[in-house]
Design a protein around this ligand. Structure first.
Ligand code: ADP
Ligand code: MG
Length: 359
């Protein structure tokens, strides 16, 4: 069993705290994605789990055993990086066998493993080529194959698809997900791309400045973001935010700086009269409606045929996005009213950024 537990894991470079106390429980067989903006500490955290980086504080356990002082080579992990450094002078077969030869695996066993892994990753017809004669996607598959033949307990991926073009990225995303289903190993996958996180993960850890903002299943994060950061980071197009103030003496109405009033849910939220709050609503949930409470001036319209985007600003200058299925008649320069269905509203305390969703 290869569960992974992090307890108050910390990393400092001199006086700079890069990882500020991370607690995570990753279950055996789970596909866990670390997502967050560039520089938030994803690679550092992954490298500490792998043993390539020592930790400043806390505890890391793999399969229940604390591995703080266990060298990388003895942790039973395999890592795939963005720069999939294959050996250029070796064939694909040699690239795959190299690690196994190093640990004196019998020749017949190596051959058997390579055949089966090459078939699984559809690189069996490429075994005698050199990396320069492969496409980017094929190279990345060889890099993954090199990790798979070692039969690690845990796979660690650090932005393995960032160098590929968009279409190939989508294909490889599917292949890694199906590899996970077939092997059933614990996997940790680092990316700055929330779409990759949403489509591949069993569990997502959203990181910001070295701290976990929220850890949960993709739809849990999408439906009940804990704070403004997660709300704005997960989901595409991004959630719209409207800052306002709860009406004095009334928990059920939000007053915007424009004076417009929006009905908000009273049940399930902990807002108090007079509180400064930020209303979040996804662009898919805010549609043009003649009697809608918020109006925008339309600044641009994107018609994609099967769907359309309307971009505008409210009377107080807040940018808003509307995403509609199908085609729209809305034109640039028009002022349109938008519906704000109370059931689709997220509420956050403006100052702390925390969700007001009651527990
Ligand atoms: N060896 C190092 N010395 C000092 N700072 C570092 C070092 N490695 C990483 N950092 C800093 O740690 C932070 C997190 O880096 P990293 O884990 O690479 O982020 P991510 O992978 O999320 O983009 C960044 O601010 C980076 O500058
Ligand atoms: Mg990184």
């Amino acid at each position: 069993m290869a569960s992974i537990e992090l307890r108050d894991v910390r990393k400092s470079y001199g006086a700079v705290d890069v990882i500020k106390g991370v607690d995570l429980d990753i279950k055996h067989g789970e596909f866990c994605v670390f997502v967050g903006p560039s520089g938030c500490g994803k690679s550092t955290l992954l490298r500490m789990i792998s043993g390539l980086e020592d930790i400043t504080g806390g505890e890391i356990a793999i399969g229940g055993d604390v591995v703080n002082t266990v060298p990388a080579a003895d942790r039973g992990l395999a890592m795939v990086f963005q720069s999939y450094a294959l050996y250029p002078h070796m064939t694909v077969r040699q690239n795959l066998s190299f690690g196994l030869e190093n640990i004196n695996t019998p020749k017949a066993e190596i051959a058997e493993k390579i055949t089966s892994v090459a078939k699984m990753l559809q690189i069996d017809m490429l075994l005698d080529r050199r990396p320069k004669d492969l496409s980017g996607g094929q190279r990345q598959r060889v890099a993954i194959g090199r990790a798979v033949v070692r039969e690690p307990k845990v796979f660690l991926f650090d932005e393995p698809l960032s160098n590929l073009d968009a279409e190939l990225r989508v294909d490889m995303r599917g292949e890694i997900a199906s590899l996970h289903r077939r092997l059933g190993n614990t996997m940790i996958y680092v990316t700055h791309d929330q779409v990759e996180a949403m489509t591949m993960a069993d569990k997502i850890a959203v990181l910001k400045l070295g701290e976990v903002e929220q850890f949960g299943a993709p739809l849990e994060l999408y439906n009940t973001p804990r704070n403004l950061f997660v709300a704005g980071f997960i989901g595409s197009p991004k959630m719209n935010f409207l800052a306002g103030r709860i009406e004095d003496g009334d928990r059920g109405e939000l007053v915007l700086p424009s004076g417009e009033r929006v009905l908000i849910p009273e049940d399930g939220y902990d807002q108090r009269p007079g509180q400064e709050v930020t209303l979040g609503i996804r662009p898919t949930e805010m549609q043009p409606a003649a009697d809608g409470p918020v109006s925008i001036e339309v600044k641009s319209v994107e018609q994609l045929g099967g769907e359309s985007y309307i971009y505008g600003t409210t009377r107080d200058g807040t940018p808003l996005t509307v995403h509609s299925p199908g085609q729209t008649r809305v034109r640039i320069g028009e002022t349109i009213a938008l519906g704000v269905p109370p059931g689709q509203i997220h509420l956050f305390d403006t100052q702390s950024g925390l969700s007001l969703l009651g527990s």
